[in-house]
Design a protein around this ligand. Structure first.
Ligand code: HSE
Length: 406
């Protein structure tokens, strides 16, 4: 029997208990042993819930029980999740988690402890919810040198942007609806400001490139400035606006960025709508691959966590090598990254086009009858710093800009 303790009986933790109970027989068969939930830790009581029989309020009960082999950390947040995870690993218990903040912040240290102790720290559910992506990166794509990862890694923002594109609603309206439908949290800052996607691309990049990518080093821009007018222009040029989390190898350097971007039908990410997530990967021998599915939610996320429990049950006291060294990958300064930009300008084409052409080179103006008093254009590819200098010359005449990835 493999004994498991679940830390936190919230959305994901209760999902883990539900998945293990629902698919008990097939999970045991795949694990080659019986998976038994010995404890669930939560500060709250759950009167009438079957979990009552295994509920504890003190983490030390779990830590000091030598029969506990695997700890499932589904508490979220950094503290006390970090302290609990570290002490569980030091006590020879494998840990698996859905906590992207913890993995992005302390993953290097926790993986090192797991390796030294010949146990495991697994985190399939930390990126892309139920989509298998950590395991493919760590075990299936090992023949490749990965040179690009671009993902729609946040379901909340993808829901909001999809809604804005479909209904013509403005950001605040779409956010309120996402909150009413339970997709967005009451405090949605981590999602809409891009912080959640930033942590996820840091984790994926650390695994793909084999060195620790510090999420603090990743340039991050959220979706709060995207408007219904931006969506109208995007539709006019056959594009969709998505919050993209990307990292890539250019020559010998690596860039990483989270920002709203315009993509068109040529991108496999174009049709990823609503709360779905997808991760596009390019490898030097594989070429393109895409992973698509439910990026959030109780059962999809729990499915990924339980897959880690099964893997850990199959590898008790044997470390699964992770391609994530403690050396930090120094990212290139984003100001040297080359991009194209969609730019909106105040005024009419006849008034402003000469100045725009003088500063940006010859561009094709885009005017929409439904949006009087302004026009837009797309620049050629240029360094971020070059774009900033040109945009500064235009000053307040620029109403907004979005990176273009086609
Ligand atoms: N808030 C996250 C999202 C949950 O919207 O994608 C899954 O990590």
């Amino acid at each position: 029997m493999v004994n498991v303790a679940v830390l936190g009986y919230g959305t994901v933790g209760s999902g883990v208990v539900e998945v293990i109970n629902t698919n008990h027989d097939s999970i045991n068969k795949k694990a080659g042993d019986e998976i038994n939930i010995k404890y669930v830790l939560d500060l709250r009581d759950f009167p009438g819930d079957p979990v009552e029989k295994v509920l504890v309020h003190d983490f030390n009960v779990i830590l000091q029980d030598p029969e506990v082999d695997i700890v499932v950390e589904t508490m979220g947040g950094l503290h006390p999740a970090y302290e609990f995870t570290k002490s569980a690993l030091l006590a020879d218990k494998s840990v698996c988690t859905s906590n992207k903040e913890l993995v992005a912040t302390y993953g290097t240290e926790l993986l090192k402890i797991a390796k030294e102790k010949s146990i495991n720290y697994l985190f399939e559910a930390s990126c892309g919810g139920g989509i298998p992506i950590i395991r493919p990166l760590n075990s299936s794509l090992t023949a490749d040198e990965i040179d690009q990862i671009t993902g729609i890694l946040n379901g909340t923002t993808n829901y909001i942007l999809t809604k804005m594109g479909r209904d013509g609603s403005d950001f605040d309206e779409a956010l309120a609806e996402a909150q009413n439908n339970g997709y967005a949290e009451r405090n949605p800052e981590a999602d809409i400001e891009g912080y959640d996607a930033c942590r996820k691309i840091a984790i994926l990049s650390s695994l793909a490139y084999g060195r620790h990518v510090d999420y603090h080093d990743i340039y991050t821009e959220g979706i709060t400035k995207i408007t219904a007018v931006d969506m109208k222009y995007a539709q006019e040029i056959g594009a969709a606006i998505k919050l993209l989390a990307t990292s890539c190898k250019v020559d010998d350097g690596f860039y990483a960025m989270v920002c709203p971007g315009m993509i068109n039908e040529s991108s496999p990410l174009y049709s990823v709508n609503g709360v779905f997530n997808a991760i596009f990967i390019h490898g030097n021998v594989l070429g393109d691959a895409m992973f698509y599915g439910s990026g959030a939610g109780k059962l999809p996320t729990a499915s990924a966590v339980v897959a880690d429990v099964v893997d850990e049950a199959k590898h008790l006291h044997r470390n699964i090598m992770m391609n994530w060294s403690s050396r930090t990958l120094k990212l290139c300064d984003v100001s040297t990254m080359e991009n194209r930009f969609f730019v909106r300008v105040k005024g009419s084409v006849s008034e402003k086009i000469d100045k725009v052409n003088e500063i940006f080179g010859r561009v094709e103006p885009i005017s929409l009858p439904a949006v009087p008093g302004e026009f837009a254009f797309i620049t050629k590819k240029m360094k971020e710093s070059e774009f900033k200098a040109k945009a500064d010359q235009m000053g307040e005449e620029i109403l907004g800009r979005i990176r273009v990835f086609f």
